[in-house]
Design a protein around this ligand. Structure first.
Ligand SMILES: Cc1cc2nc3c(=O)[nH]c(=O)nc-3n(C[C@H](O)[C@H](O)[C@H](O)COP(=O)(O)OP(=O)(O)OC[C@H]3O[C@@H](n4cnc5c(N)ncnc54)[C@H](O)[C@@H]3O)c2cc1C
Length: 435
């Protein structure tokens, strides 16, 4: 057991929150170590969205050109397809600022880019295959973590002035600190699977609602990453109903996908993602702060969790780096300040997600094996008929009647309620490679 390792800021978890925080702390000249339990970022179930406010942040950090060079697709409007046709709910061309779209980039590409930029800073260290397994204390103060090196099973201790938990919705650090999040009932889980994509298919993100069923497809070039919402707890019953029944449901909901459902050869190809919506009342202890999903686990609805985690990280760096740079212990009052700033955007978005959960499954009883009452033969490509206004719920009718209002959901989704900007000390006007 090694017991004398030390850093100034210890970040647990190399997801969007942890890596952005690591990059910013390093640019502030703070010695920062990020522990990531996996050896790479190649996890299938990560989201793919990089929102307009995160694109602006990347510009401020001098990483805009590098990001633009990644293979990506763009979402410039958000549409939902009902049985009666399509309804546009957000028009991103109405957004202020330099970016009027959401970029769809596999999250491992985004995280690799941020990790590469951070590794150019001399005070940054990323330890991969390093899994936090417990907390270290000095009196009542959290003083670092114990972690396991997953390559050889050895255990280590790493001490720090501040520990920041960015280890996601199943946070080990949160549990070790005895913090229990408030859990909001979620009526959905997600079945997550891939289907081949053809050149003639629509591009970007596709959403489809019918008879209490909801699917989202993420365009990843030669395949669709599909998320099919199921009733919470219905996984076992749906698996018992069998592959053929599931193929029928997908073919009913998305007739243009029917020609490729044999790519699903067994229900082993379909993963269950347990959806949670949780929030901590207190995001800190002496010497410890929790941000991102570790503080407020987000539902996939709206695809906004990554943006929110990034914004948490930026606010954390801006508020705490000066104290860490001067070598001192970060006072609890500063940790409180981070929570005060980031609590309400998280609470507001989670409130919206709860309303959306209820709307999708409202009284429809989307149970295992229920056939889809959908006769619409078309997909979501341009040219799909618009749903008649009388078939739409009142808020969508209003958006149809006054298109200028579509700028409001566009702003909420693509920018978020409180976008955060890079502090001056983190900004770069040119690509680091050009400097
Ligand atoms: C099915 C699904 C789809 C989603 N799709 C989208 C989407 O398209 N767009 C969007 O914006 N949001 C989406 N979300 C939400 C989004 O994934 C999260 O809100 C976001 O990833 C939170 O970022 P984070 O950095 O806080 O945590 P995470 O992204 O969960 O990152 C946590 C990191 O910590 C590491 N880790 C965990 N435990 C330890 C440990 N003990 N020691 C060391 N490292 C550890 C993990 O390996 C991981 O890399 C989706 C959520 C779900 C459930």
């Amino acid at each position: 057991m090694l017991s004398n390792e030390r850093t100034t800021c210890l970040v647990v978890g190399g997801g969007p929150a942890g890596l952005i925080l690591g990059l910013l702390m390093a640019r502030a000249g703070v010695e920062v170590t990020v522990l990531e339990k996996h050896g790479d970022f190649l996890r299938d179930f990560r989201g793919d969205t990089v929102h307009a406010s995160t694109l602006t942040l990347l510009d401020e950090l001098g990483l805009g050109e590098r990001f633009a060079a990644l293979p990506q697709r763009r979402i410039e409007r958000a549409q939902v397809q009902f049985d009666a046709g399509v309804a546009q709910i957000a028009d991103l061309s109405r957004l202020p600022g330099a970016h009027q779209h959401i970029a769809m980039v596999p999250q491992w590409d985004f995280l690799d880019l941020v990790a590469d930029a951070a590794e150019e800073e001399p005070t940054f260290t990323l330890r991969r295959n390093a899994e936090a397994i417990g907390l270290l204390h000095e009196g009542r103060r959290v003083a670092g973590v114990r972690y396991r090196d997953r390559t050889d099973g050895s255990e280590h201790e790493l001490r720090a002035s501040l520990t920041v938990a960015c280890d996601g919705r199943g946070s080990v650090v949160r549990a070790a600190a005895g913090l229990v999040p408030r859990s909001f009932g979620v009526p959905i889980d997600v079945w997550w699977f891939r289907l081949p994509r053809r050149e003639t298919d629509p591009a970007g993100g596709v959403g489809r609602i019918s008879a209490g069923q909801f699917a989202v497809m993420i365009d990843r070039g030669d395949y669709w990453q599909c998320a099919f919402l199921i009733s919470k707890g219905s996984d076992a019953a749906m698996r018992a109903a069998g592959l053929e029944r599931f193929r029928e449901r997908i073919a009913g909901l998305l007739p243009w996908m029917a020609d490729r459902l044999d790519a699903l050869t067994s229900l082993h190809d379909v993963k269950l993602l347990d959806v949670k919506l949780e929030r901590l009342r207190t995001w800190h202890r002496e010497g410890l702060l929790l941000i991102g999903d570790a503080a407020h686990a987000m539902s996939p609805v709206g695809g906004v969790g990554i943006n929110l985690a990034v914004a948490d990280a930026v606010a954390t760096a801006r508020l705490l780096a000066p104290a860490l740079r001067s070598g001192g212990i970060v006072p609890r009052s500063l940790l409180r300040k981070v929570q005060r700033r980031r609590w309400w955007p998280a609470a507001l978005i989670q409130g919206g997600q709860r309303i959306a959960h209820r709307a999708v499954f409202r009284g429809r009883g989307a149970t295992a094996g229920t056939p889809v009452a959908n006769t619409d033969p078309v997909g979501l490509a341009d040219g799909v008929p618009l749903a008649p206004a009388e078939a739409l719920p009142p808020p969508l009718r209003l958006l149809r009647q006054f298109p200028v209002l579509q700028g409001v959901p566009a702003r909420l989704i693509a920018i978020g309620p409180l976008p955060e900007h890079a502090p001056d000390w983190a900004r770069r006007t040119t690509e680091p490679a050009d400097r």
